[in-house]
Design a protein around this ligand. Structure first.
Ligand code: SF4
Length: 347
């Protein structure tokens, strides 16, 4: 990692300077199987509440991201490009070079207490997963949830991490004093597809156990059915199996999202496709010929099918009258989650 770039950026007053102190990076590895091959870069961030750019169509304005990079290693992850802003590799580097903002809880508490902060909704898990494996060691989320609870500040979390259940009591306490929205991401239930395309994540069934447990404790949980992967998880029987499992887990809503392939994710995904499903490469090139998104007709078809299945199984998309918890696709232009400006992506 060329950390000198960060120093140089700081000297030139770029946004990196606000996030990283020039002498504030400590890199660590841990000798446990869980963290084999992963390097953690500990930093002390200078700001932790990020504003989503005005041009974004995201349904939230403010985010908190204690980590960058994600050991869940989803091949399609479109946060991958953000690693390039740190001069890090967007492929294996994104999966294994994890930036940890070790002071996130105290910084958040400080910023929530500022007279300038208006107590608006804060979304988490919209860039990378805040309950990825690193959280088991660094335990930043309890302090973050605690700060939000003490300020009765509404928030939402989107995750694939079963580790969120470690913080169940904290979430229940937060739920008593403010508006808390939890969503779990489960795009499909096919175990073979899961093992290859989301190799670092808990199995879909375990994620649905999270939905079940949260709802048993009175915390409604929606499912972001993302991504639906063309030609690999979009057969009617596959969609049915996934929606049926989501309904059985007690999800309050299901929101489908078709795979999109932005620069950074696209190259990584296509090389994976070439290795695992080479016969699909030409079909993908045609389907994504116009850019990062599948054609509208395809997206509409998947959305209609999932909504019909959801009605059949007694769940529905998020109530349009309620504040939406789930991120939506946003424009191509993205930037790192740096203070003063910026944010991107979703799970
Ligand atoms: S899609 Fe979400 S869980 Fe998967 S690697 Fe990206 S941030 Fe992590």
């Amino acid at each position: 990692m060329r950390w000198e770039n960060l120093t140089q950026s700081a000297e030139h007053g770029r946004a990196d300077a606000a996030l990283f102190g020039a002498d504030a990076v400590t890199s660590r590895t841990f000798d446990t199987p869980e963290f084999a091959g992963i390097t953690f870069h500990e930093i002390r961030a200078r700001s932790i509440i990020n504003r989503v750019p005005a041009v974004s169509r995201m349904s939230f304005q403010w985010t908190v991201n204690p980590y960058r990079g994600c050991s869940h290693a989803c091949v399609y992850c479109f946060a991958r490009k953000t690693h390039s802003y740190l001069d890090l590799d967007t492929g294996l580097g994104f999966d294994s070079q994890i930036v940890v903002k070790t002071n996130a809880p105290e910084l958040l508490r400080h910023q929530l207490g500022s007279r300038r902060w208006q107590g608006e909704h804060i979304a988490m898990g919209t860039n990378v997963d805040c309950y990825q494996r690193a959280e088991g060691r660094y335990r930043l989320m309890p302090g973050i949830i605690g700060a939000l609870t003490d300020h009765a500040n509404p928030f939402s979390i989107l995750t694939k991490g079963t580790l969120i259940l470690r913080d169940l009591d904290l979430l229940k306490r937060a739920h008593e004093v403010t508006d808390v929205g939890i969503s779990v991401s489960v795009g499909f239930t096919d175990p073979d597809l899961w093992r290859t395309v989301e190799p670092g994540t808990p199995a879909p069934e375990r994620r649905l156990d999270v939905v079940r447990t949260l709802s048993e404790h009175g915390i409604g949980c929606g499912v972001l059915m993302a991504p639906v992967i063309p030609f690999l998880s979009d057969e009617p029987a596959q969609l049915r199996a996934t929606v049926r499992a989501i309904a059985a887990a007690g999800a309050t809503s299901v929101t489908p999202l078709v795979l999109h392939l932005r620069p950074g994710a696209r190259e990584w995904f296509m090389s994976w496709l070439d290795r695992h499903h080479p016969y699909l490469v030409r079909r993908y090139e045609r389907l994504y010929a116009d850019g990062s998104y599948a054609p509208k007709w395809y997206q509409r078809r998947i959305t209609r099918q999932v909504h019909e299945l959801a009605r059949e199984y007694g769940i529905g998309p998020a109530d349009p009258g309620m504040p939406r918890r789930l991120p939506e696709p946003e424009p191509e232009a993205v930037a790192p989650d740096l203070p003063g400006g910026t944010q991107l992506t979703l799970l």
